[in-house]
Structures are given as structure tokens and as C-alpha cells.
Design a protein around this ligand. Structure first.
Ligand code: G3P
Length: 214
């Protein structure tokens, strides 16, 4: 299991690196647009702020040729670390196949259906990224999507992993794993909330009270 940060903020990236349990970063064009007008230069800043592990970079442009150029330019910045993240459309899946053939790792994102998982498997994508909370709000249930993706990938004995995204709370992160996601990505505040429990807090207060300041 790997836990990733879902953000394009350099400050978030540095804070996540300091947590010690965050494996990498996922970005998308909407997150990038909040931070920069130069996404490839900004990717360089994220790579520096988060010094190890994968960073999933999604092209900001949308035609095949534009996505191809931008994904290859992103991967060239750090071939061992950058994963080309592409939406699960026909054009982008064609591109994922071409990039994978050229040794660039790919992930399919904004995934809502098992048919998309079949194509992620067939094109050798390292990750398939379902949007859990969005599916809960707009489709037939977020965790139902994860269930069906997990069943398909297990049936195929696939090397493609499920990276659950659009996660809004610690319980949703846990549920995604319980329903078959291999990995999760979430905003910094959700990652920071993972250990929170009122009984842990009261135990800490009890321990501190046993050793009052001299
Ligand atoms: O990368 C963003 C993806 O996780 C979707 O999240 O919060 O826009 O549903 P959200």
C-alpha cells in the first residue's frame, strides 16, 4: 500500500515529504491551475520539494498531440519519477499505450467503469485512478466502483494497481482500501487527519498529566 498527496502546492509537497509516510504526489490540471501558469516548470519545483517517489503529472492540454508532447516533456524532467497521468478517454488510452511502449509509466485517471480498467490493464498502466467521492455524489456509489475495478483486475491477475482518489476523510481512505484499492491519494489535510482519534488524544493528555512540568 502507498499513500500519496493529492496537490500541486509546493508547500503541501514539502509538508508531505516531512510526514515520512507519503510515497508520492498526484496532480491534475485543476490543481496545477491554482498554483502556476507554467505547469512543467512547476513540476520541477514539486520534484525538488518532494525529493523521492513518483509524481503523477497530467497534461494541461487536451488534444492527442498536445498531451503527447507535454507528457513526454514531463517524463524527461525525471524519467524514474514522473508518471504520465491521463484521463480514461479513447485518445488518452491510445497515448498511454504509446508512452508505455516507450518506457514512460502511465496512469489512467477520472475512472468510473470496469471497462476503463480493462484498457488500463491492456495498455500496461501502472495505476488506475477512480474518483471515489465524486462517484458517491454523481454515480452509483463510490465504493461500488472500487469493488468492480478490484474484481476485474484480480480476475485478470493484472499488475495495474488501483490508486483511489477524490477522498475527503480518513474513514473514506480506509473504506477505499477495504474495498480493494491498493493505494490512496488525498489532500494534505486528509493525510494529517489519518491518526486522529479522541481516545488517543485523551490517552495523551493522561500520560502528560502523569508527568507535570517541574
Ligand atoms: O486529483 C483530484 C481528484 O482526487 C479529484 O478530487 O476533490 O476534485 O473530487 P476532487
Amino acid at each position: 500500500m502507498a499513500i500519496l498527496l493529492d496537490s500541486a502546492s509546493v508547500d503541501d509537497a514539502a509538508a508531505a515529504a516531512a510526514l515520512g509516510f507519503v510515497h508520492g504526489i498526484t496532480t491534475n490540471p485543476a490543481l496545477m491551475a491554482r498554483e502556476t501558469t507554467e505547469p512543467l516548470a512547476h513540476l520541477g519545483r514539486l520534484l525538488a520539494a518532494f525529493p523521492g517517489g513518483p509524481i503523477c503529472y497530467q497534461p494541461t492540454r487536451t488534444t492527442y498531440a498536445q498531451m503527447n508532447d507535454e507528457a513526454r516533456a514531463a517524463a524527461a524532467l525525471a524519467p524514474e519519477r514522473v508518471v504520465a497521468k491521463l484521463p480514461a478517454t479513447l485518445d488518452a488510452i491510445k497515448l498511454a499505450a504509446a508512452l508505455t511502449d516507450d518506457g514512460i509509466r502511465c496512469a489512467l485517471t477520472a475512472v468510473y467503469s470496469p471497462a476503463q480498467a480493462l484498457l488500463a490493464h491492456e495498455t500496461g498502466c501502472v495505476w488506475i485512478i477512480p474518483y471515489v467521492d465524486r462517484a458517491a455524489r454523481h454515480a452509483d456509489g463510490g465504493l461500488t466502483v472500487v469493488d468492480s475495478l478490484a474484481a476485474i483486475l484480480a480476475r485478470l491477475q493484472s499488475g495495474t494497481r488501483i490508486l483511489a482518489a477524490s477522498l475527503k476523510s480518513a474513514p473514506q481512505v480506509v473504506d477505499a482500501i477495504l474495498h480493494g484499492a491498493h493505494d490512496v491519494t488525498a489532500p494534505l489535510e486528509v493525510l494529517r487527519s489519518l491518526p486522529a482519534h479522541p481516545l488517543t488524544e485523551s490517552a495523551v493528555r493522561e500520560f502528560a498529566a502523569a508527568w507535570p512540568e517541574a
